[in-house]
Design a protein around this ligand. Structure first.
Ligand SMILES: *Cc1c(COP(=O)(O)O)cnc(C)c1O
Length: 403
């Protein structure tokens, strides 16, 4: 390994190694087996769902979730513009057309704009086949309002909770919202199976049909009878074993990410023109708890004297991975020209936002290096040093000016 500090690298160790050996020695080297069954049960219980179906990716889970509700050509699916391309790609796989709605300051879908979009689409006579909100960077969206709006539209809610496992809203865990929700266990997420996903639902028919579609839509007969097109989307038993070990460590890994967030918050308080991205927990009308997946800052270039992209270039040159917030889908060349309801927020967050290394595997020394580099690059070093009492009261492990 080199000493490049990554945004959100996998955090694996002895527990995962043991789990892989256990699965291999158990003999189930296949996309099914006891580890898959146990992983599904454990995730269902963690998220308070009746059913969980382990799949090969979060994208696959979204795709099958949409197919369960008959989403197809001629339909529109309303989703967030502020997301990773996977959300819009899965909608497109079905033949339906994504319609993008902008976000509010939390980065999650702006519910007033969503309300307007649904009214407008209905007035145009479009069939809204589903609504797909996204829990951006680990903060749960406003499902109280979203559910109301969806009910009016007669559309199911598919919650893209790929980034938010372990977060909470109003006493309910991420993944428990919507008719269906999906998780991702990609290598950069809060926990990983190296690649994988999960579909969550309380509806037994959706769970059964998802398993069926994910195994090539095989009829339950010996001779491989098929009456529909299926997919090869199941999760391997070996990877499910990794997932179980990760789930056992999830709360501890989230605590580490939270620690990173606190250190960055302290850093930001001393930087002119910089603020933390994301409304504080509980500020959007409901008690919430973030899973601290990625910590991001917002830079006002006029006040700071430098821009987020300048800082990104300098950090990356210094061996520190930093990336802008997602580029909104309505600005993506591949999705240009599609209908979208925008208010400028996602565009502003994209140009002023920067995600910093946030992994649970990051050491205190690495975090110090990131913070020191930010302080050096911003040229605010001396002015930024808080007074000594602030330092002892802070969660710092070393003085920010020690280099
Ligand atoms: C990661 C991610 C996905 C896709 O998950 P994969 O497991 O990589 O397919 C979907 N939506 C969002 C918002 C994501 O961040």
């Amino acid at each position: 390994m080199n000493d490049r500090i990554l945004l959100s690298p996998p955090d694996t160790g002895p527990a995962e190694e043991e789990a892989v050996l256990r699965a291999l020695r158990g003999g189930w080297v296949a996309p099914l087996g006891p580890e898959v069954d146990a992983f599904e049960e454990e995730i269902a219980s963690y998220t308070g769902r009746k059913h969980a179906v382990a799949l090969s990716s979060g994208t696959a889970a979204l795709h099958l979730g949409l197919l369960n509700y008959g989403v197809g050509p001629g339909d529109v699916v309303v989703t967030a513009t502020m997301t990773f391309a996977a959300t819009a790609n899965a909608i497109t796989y079905t033949g339906a057309e994504p319609v993008f709605v902008d976000c509010d300051e939390t980065g999650n879908i702006d519910v007033d704009l969503l309300d307007h979009a649904v009214t407008d689409l209905q007035a145009q006579g479009r069939r809204i086949a589903a609504i797909v909100p996204v829990d951006l960077l680990g903060k749960v969206a406003n499902y109280e309002r979203i559910t109301e709006i969806a009910a009016r539209a007669g559309a199911p809610v598919l919650s893209d909770a790929a980034e938010s496992l372990g977060a909470w809203r109003n006493g309910r865990p991420a993944g428990s919202f919507g008719d269906v929700s999906i998780l991702s266990f990609n290598g950069n997420k809060v926990m990983t199976t190296s690649g994988g996903g999960m579909l969550l639902t309380d509806d037994p028919h959706v769970a059964t049909r998802t398993r069926y579609l994910a195994t090539q839509a095989r009829q339950p007969v010996l001779h491989y009878e098929h009456t529909e097109i299926g997919y090869n989307y199941r999760l391997s038993n070996i990877l499910a074993a990794i997932g179980r070990a990760q789930l056992g460590r999830l709360d501890e890994m989230i605590a580490r990410r939270r620690w990173n967030r606190l250190r960055y918050r302290e850093m930001v308080s001393a930087l002119r023109g910089v603020q933390m991205f994301g409304a504080p927990d509980g500020s959007d009308g409901a008690p919430t708890r973030d899973n601290y997946w990625l910590t991001s800052i917002l830079v006002d270039p006029d006040a700071a004297g430098w821009s987020a992209s300048t800082l990104a270039t300098r950090l990356n040159a210094g061996g520190i991975e930093a990336r802008p917030l997602w580029k909104p889908m309505h600005l993506q060349p591949v999705y240009g020209g599609l209908l979208s309801y925008v208010n400028g927020t996602s565009e502003r967050l994209h140009s002023s936002g920067l995600s910093l290394p946030s992994g649970s595997v990051m050491t205190p020394a690495q975090l110090d290096r990131v913070i020191q580099t930010v302080q050096e690059v911003t040229g605010d070093l001396h002015r930024a040093v808080p007074d000594a009492s602030a330092l002892t009261a802070s969660p710092s492990t070393s003085a920010p000016h020690s280099r």
